[in-house]
Design a protein around this ligand. Structure first.
Ligand code: CP
Ligand code: NVA
Length: 302
């Protein structure tokens, strides 16, 4: 594994290896054990979109590993004034040991990896959010003890989260059902991938059918970053695609709820469901730190 660009690129073994290392790093941190596996290494963190969790967990993570993180806002970089991503890749490869990038176009991340000579980590694009899914899988495994055989239900927009969740969960042996409006389906490439899993995958417009007997219910905002102008139209399109008490009554009684955050209470999730499952949701947010440290060690250690 040279980069983390999208879940489609990872094998099941690579995913499980990262989760195992993440568990180990979490244990080492909790027990005050030294784990400076990336001493002296530098990670550049390019942000073309806002972030709370991704920025803070990467910056803290590289510091805990003995390295240094540079926050690079696209407003300040020449990339924001039109310098080609290819040139940025070649320049940054001369200074840094790794790059994390959050941007719009998946192609930009792929180009950075192709042209540069250092590992690239996708910190979210319009297409996918692999770091989030690794943290989600880690959290589900912590709470449920295993992944294989569980059912994940995703309710809402067929967006970057849905695209990554479908691929990641199917690869580790979970069944996945997705409920979304017909005009907001996941990416065709992802649906093509899911087809290969037969009845392990269900795409429906019926939220209750998707949630039926689920072990985990996942949701995300109706309007993602960059879609602010469509927020009103989307509010209408997604009415009914909400994680609420009625929806959870179709799931297993011990069903977990996951949300990548930030959450919009009263839209994709009700406040009461959010609060009832807050421990699981904030465990998931915490696990961003541990999962991403595992990714950095896997990609950047000598
Ligand atoms: N879930 C997530 O990626 O959060 P941020 O947008 O705050 O980084
Ligand atoms: N789908 C959301 C996820 C945020 C972590 C977005 O892209 O804004």
């Amino acid at each position: 594994m040279k980069h983390l660009l999208k879940m489609l690129d990872l094998s099941k073994d690579e995913i499980i290896d990262i989760l195992n290392l993440a568990d180990q790093l979490k244990y080492e941190l909790a027990h005050g054990m030294e784990h400076k596996h990336l001493a002296g290494k530098t990670l550049g963190m390019i942000f073309q979109k806002a972030s709370t969790r991704t920025r803070v967990s990467f910056e803290t993570g590289i510091y805990q590993l003995g390295g240094y993180g540079l926050f690079l806002s696209s407003h300040d970089l020449q990339i924001g004034r039109g310098e080609p991503v290819e040139d940025t890749a070649r320049v940054l490869s001369r200074y840094l040991d790794g790059i994390m990038i959050r941007t719009f176009d998946q192609e930009e991340v792929e180009t950075l990896a192709r042209v540069g000579s250092i590992p690239v980590i996708n910190g979210l694009t319009d297409f996918c959010h692999p770091c989030q899914i690794l943290a989600d899988l880690m959290t589900v495994r912590e709470h449920k003890g295993a992944l294989e055989g569980l059912k994940m239900a995703y309710i809402g927009d067929g967006n970057n989260m849905a695209n990554s969740l479908i691929v990641g969960c199917l690869k580790v042996g979970m069944a996945v059902s997705v409920a979304c409006p017909a005009d907001y389906r996941p990416d065709p490439q992802v649906l093509e991938f899911a087809k290969g899993y037969g009845d392990q995958f269900l795409l429906t417009e019926d939220c209750l059918a998707a949630a039926k007997d689920a072990d985990v219910v996942f949701t995300d905002v109706w309007a993602s970053m960059g879609q602010e102008g469509e927020a009103e139209k989307r509010r209408l399109a997604f009415a009914g695609y909400q994680v609420n008490a009625e929806l959870l009554s179709a799931a297993k009684p011990d069903c977990m709820v996951q949300h990548c955050l930030p959450a919009h209470r009263g839209e994709e999730i009700t406040a009461d469901v959010f609060e009832a499952h807050a421990d699981e949701i904030f465990d998931e947010a915490e696990n961003r730190l541990h999962a991403q440290k595992a990714v950095m060690v896997t990609l950047m250690q000598d």
